[in-house]
Design a protein around this ligand. Structure first.
Ligand SMILES: Nc1ncnc2c1ncn2[C@@H]1O[C@H](COP(=O)(O)OP(=O)(O)OP(=O)(O)O)[C@@H](O)[C@H]1O
Ligand SMILES: [Mg+2]
Length: 230
């Protein structure tokens, strides 16, 4: 059996604010195989962002384990965790998080600079990625000179810069009209095919859910497998 790209077991996360406890995850379990495109749905506040943050090593669980490609994220040293986040996981945040003063190309280049990729290789990688997301002709525009859908595609290109094995996307179409949103899943498909990346996307969007290989539903702090909608 191949090692799952993501293996979540009995994951528990309780937020504490003063005396109030919010149990966001109460024992979530599931696995994702390499190459799968999995959508995760659940109403607002059901724990989708919490779960993505735990898988991405941005937050620590109160119980249970997250394994990414066989590695127990909670047991990694600080350095190994940084390396995992930088090299193996791409993250598309709920708000795109682009740097306003940088062009589309420069935004995509940021993670490559952080990884100390040589300049010539950085330029080539940025070119390939902007072409992949359909923005070859918009490389020099800043985020405020791009449409919402274009900004989201720059954020996806940036998340792919260091050739992650796993792409985590948190409602990447939340601020897009339905037509623009419908173009995001084919983009993930293209990315999965050309870059060999596994995709987990939190979404309410029917068109994304319908295009996924599998749909997971978060409810009452647990994850269940649900049918892919027609
Ligand atoms: N930093 C925090 N401190 C306290 N409570 C939090 C924190 N982050 C999230 N929560 C709570 O945990 C629960 C899950 O939040 P989360 O952001 O994971 O939901 P979500 O499914 O991503 O929602 P949405 O669809 O609105 O983005 C919510 O009840 C939220 O209020
Ligand atoms: Mg969220």
């Amino acid at each position: 059996m191949t090692t799952p790209m993501v293996a979540v077991e009995d994951l528990v996360r309780t937020y504490r604010t003063g005396k109030i406890e919010v149990p966001a995850l109460r024992g979530a379990s599931f696995t994702i195989a390499p190459g799968e495109i999995v959508a995760m749905k659940g109403r607002s506040g059901s724990g989708k962002t919490t779960l993505l943050n735990l898988i991405g090593g941005l937050d620590s669980p109160d119980g249970g384990t997250v394994r990414v490609d066989g590695r127990d994220v909670g047991a990694l040293s600080e350095d190994d965790l940084l390396a995992l986040r930088r090299d193996d996981i791409g993250y598309v945040f709920q708000s795109h998080g682009l740097i306003p003063v940088l062009s589309a190309a420069e935004n995509v280049e940021v993670p490559l600079r952080l990884a100390r990729t040589p300049a010539a290789e950085r330029d080539e990688r940025v070119r390939v990625l902007l072409a992949l997301v359909g923005l070859a002709d918009h490389a020099l525009q800043r985020p405020n000179e791009l449409s919402g859908g274009q900004r989201q595609r720059v954020a996806i290109a940036r998340a792919l810069a260091n050739r992650p094995r796993l792409l985590l996307a948190d409602e990447p179409t939340g601020q897009l009209d339905s037509e623009t949103a419908a173009a995001i899943m084919p983009l993930f498909r293209a990315v999965a095919a050309s870059e060999g990346v596994t995709v987990l996307v939190a979404t309410h969007d029917q068109s994304l859910l319908a295009e996924a290989d599998r749909v997971l539903t978060l409810e009452d702090g647990a994850v269940t497998e649900t049918p892919v909608p027609a």
